[in-house]
Design a protein around this ligand. Structure first.
Ligand code: NAP
Length: 360
């Protein structure tokens, strides 16, 4: 949605007091009206003022942020919804001082740049992540982004695709490439291949020349094979461990449900395997046979996407893969700002392949 002058008038009168008594209509204001259009600074943003359920989310009219010297103001065309948005909303993770704008990634057009920004200029298309945690989030018409947290979006790649790939793509990169050093011809096991992280990790591992085993509900098996998975198994089958080992013991495992699968991972893993641990439903996860882990020389890497040292550098690599058609994020559903509460519900409770995307 745009920021047309009619809808923004009440907020404008707050921010541009010089003109508030003079604006009567487009016809009789002439130049003054144009001046107003250039200076108004309102935007719509989803915010929560207290922690809680989806009912704490509301759309507020607030002042548009101003970029600092090393920041970029992005006009948001698309923002993605991630499970972590719901952890911040409930207060399980504390994002910063309330009220808070949820959303950790987005894509759009550069509307302004700080004086020390060199990599993008006004009008460039860019995508970003690492937001929504200490830095206000992306479910808004505009967001300020540190230059280090964004990269240019290639021509031909949509803003929805950029938003859909950003957080999960950086997560897949930090786990498979950075933490686990996945090499061509190695075998990767991606649990939950239909998820936001999973469907990008499958493509990244395949693009890296690895052989890919993934697990998912049967409805998604054909699509995951199309995305590059060599072997796809129903995660609820009783003989899952046998099926995974028969396909090839994994050298690298991406595990988003550690409490369910840590012992399983150790059991099926190849000698010297690396396990990337990104998520859990219960707090505790255990190995059932520690000596066997030792004998296999297993390593476990706990990864938080928010610890990525240089988001923009990883996003640039993902941009290249998208431009080369080696990475195609899937947008499962779209929501407007008022529907973000439903999107938070869906990301936790519904089944879909790919990503949920908000278009302000
Ligand atoms: N550490 C980090 O930096 C980081 C970054 C991103 C995400 N995460 C965490 O990683 C997890 C996944 O994130 P996401 O964005 O991919 O979430 P998502 O899009 O909701 O995907 C979750 C996937 O898990 C699948 N699943 C459900 N039960 C399963 C089971 N028993 N075995 C295997 N797969 C199962 C779901 O499939 P169905 O649809 O068939 O149920 C779905 O495809 C979340 O806990 C998230 O918080 C961590």
């Amino acid at each position: 949605m745009g920021t047309g002058p009619t809808r923004s008038l009440p907020a404008v009168s707050l921010h541009v007091p010089r003109y508030e008594n003079h604006i009567r209509s487009r016809a009789d204001c002439g130049e003054r009206f144009c001046r107003y259009r250039l200076t108004h600074t309102a935007m719509r943003a989803v915010r929560f003022h207290e922690y809680g359920g989806t009912d704490v989310l509301r759309v507020d009219d607030i002042e548009r942020p101003t970029p600092g010297p090393e920041e970029v103001l992005l006009e948001v065309e698309a923002a993605a919804v991630n499970p972590v948005d719901t952890y911040f909303r409930t207060g399980d993770y504390e994002p910063g001082e309330l009220p808070w704008i949820p959303g950790s990634d987005c894509a759009g057009t550069v509307a302004a740049t700080g004086e020390r920004v060199a990599s993008v200029t006004e009008g460039d298309r860019a995508f970003a992540t690492g937001l929504g945690n200490w830095l206000q989030g992306t479910c808004a018409e505009y967001v300020t982004v540190p230059e280090s947290h964004l990269a240019r979006l290639p021509d031909g790649v949509s803003a929805e695709a950029g938003a859909a790939v950003a957080l999960v793509g950086v997560t897949a990169w930090q786990t498979l490439v950075d933490a686990c050093s996945l090499e061509p011809a190695e075998r990767a096991l991606i649990h939950g291949g239909s998820g936001g992280v999973g469907h990008v990790a499958v493509q990244l591992a395949a693009a890296n020349g690895a052989r890919v085993t993934t697990t998912a509900s049967p409805a998604y098996h054909n699509q995951l094979a199309d995305l590059g998975a060599d072997d796809v198994f129903d995660y609820s089958r009783d003989d899952l461990a046998d099926a995974v080992v028969d396909a090839g013991a994994p050298d690298v495992v991406l595990d988003h449900r550690l409490d369910d699968y840590l012992a399983f991972d150790a059991e099926v893993a190849a000698q010297g395997a690396r396990i990337a641990a990104i998520g859990n439903t219960d707090l505790a996860a255990t190995f059932e046979n520690v000596p066997r882990c030792r004998a296999k020389a297993l390593s476990v890497h706990h990864v938080s996407m928010f610890n990525t040292p240089e988001f923009g550098a990883v996003l640039s690599r993902l941009a290249t893969l998208m431009a080369d058609d080696e990475l195609t994020p899937v947008v499962a559903r779209r929501y407007d700002l008022a529907e973000v509460p439903a999107a938070h519900d869906d990301v936790r409770n519904d089944s879909f392949l790919g990503k949920l995307v908000v278009t302000p």
